[in-house]
Ligand binder design. Structure first.
Ligand SMILES: [Zn+2]
Length: 310
């Protein structure tokens, strides 16, 4: 029998006295086992929660031991930053900082610190942490920050997996993964697809991956969904636009591209009679693309994983 409960953690108070709180959902079995923390919504507008609704029913029927702690909307500040129908929750409107660069260990008491400190307090009570995000317009891929996490990547079983040695990159010191690594909590990140996207296939890929992990932790009886071909890489080459205009992507994310192949067409802003082809400079896999049709010169058109980096 799985017990499900909601715990509300007060974080701060907004102007006008509105309480800012983080909701945590706990699935407990009363039997000895691993404690797993699954978080999404550290950035506002990243709709990786679809998979958590699916996971809810699964956990209620299949969790055998241990506990699963789910925080679907980890950063309420980021979800409150809405303009018209767009939730702009990557950077704080207060100080311009990326919400996933504020985990700096000595939390000063400013508004971002209050959220980060509470998230770290919740996450570090567990044996393993999974952080769900979305990336522009993207295929599903996992990110791991330490080579020793490769066993989790194999268990997770996703096709695309990026190794990012965050500890060696000073600008990534303040990421949630880097803070968890310093706190000695094993962790993975999954980019679950594109911003504000609903895609059944991507939801199922992430759901299956989480089930594989839970199976790997002996928390469910379900078998791993089997050996899959996995691709592991360390870099994504950004392709920048050298003009402004309206862009149509010509290649779906997750597809292979050849050097010289047209990946996008841009109808130029300053000339109605002209459009420009954006070519892939390398052989690779187009994993992430700009989610907007509106392109400025200098914007990222797409991010391509070089074939020689696999
Ligand atoms: Zn994110």
């Amino acid at each position: 029998m799985v017990e499900y409960k909601k715990v509300v953690h007060k974080v701060s108070e907004a102007g006008g006295g509105v309480e800012i709180a983080i909701n945590e959902f706990v699935y407990s079995t009363g039997k000895e086992g691993k404690k797993i923390y699954i978080q999404s919504g550290l950035h506002g507008g990243e709709t990786s929660q679809w998979v958590l609704y699916k996971l809810h029913d699964f956990l209620m029927n299949n969790l055998q031991c241990g506990e699963v702690h789910i925080v679907p909307y980890a950063n309420p500040l980021a979800w409150m930053q809405r303009t018209y129908y767009a939730t702009n929750g990557k950077f704080s409107f207060v100080d311009g900082k990326d919400f996933n660069r504020c985990f700096v260990d000595n939390y000063s008491g400013d508004i971002n610190s209050l959220v980060c400190a509470k998230i770290m307090e919740l996450a570090t009570k567990n044996d393993f942490v999974l952080d769900l995000h979305t990336s522009k317009m993207s295929d599903v891929f996992a990110i791991f920050t330490q080579k020793k996490y490769i066993s989790y990547i194999k268990t997770l079983g996703l096709k695309y997996n990026q190794y990012s040695d965050d500890a060696s990159i000073p600008s990534l010191f303040g990421t949630f993964n880097a803070a968890l690594d310093r706190a000695k909590i094993d962790n993975l990140t999954i980019e679950c697809g594109g911003h504000d996207e609903y895609c059944e296939n991507k939801i199922c890929q992430v759901f299956d991956g989480i089930c594989n992990l839970l199976s790997g932790f002996s928390m469910i009886t379900e078998k791993n969904t089997g050996e899959k071909q996995q691709i592991i890489f360390a870099k994504r080459n950004k392709i920048y636009a050298n003009c402004s205009g309206l862009m149509k992507l010509e290649v779906e994310t997750g597809k292979k591209v050849k050097k010289g192949e047209v990946i996008a067409k841009i109808d130029l802003s300053n000339n109605l009679s002209e459009s420009l082809n954006v070519l892939s400079p390398i052989d690779g896999i187009l994993l992430v693309a700009n989610p907007s049709h509106i392109i400025w010169q200098g914007d990222v058109v797409a991010e391509i994983v070089p074939l020689d980096n696999l």
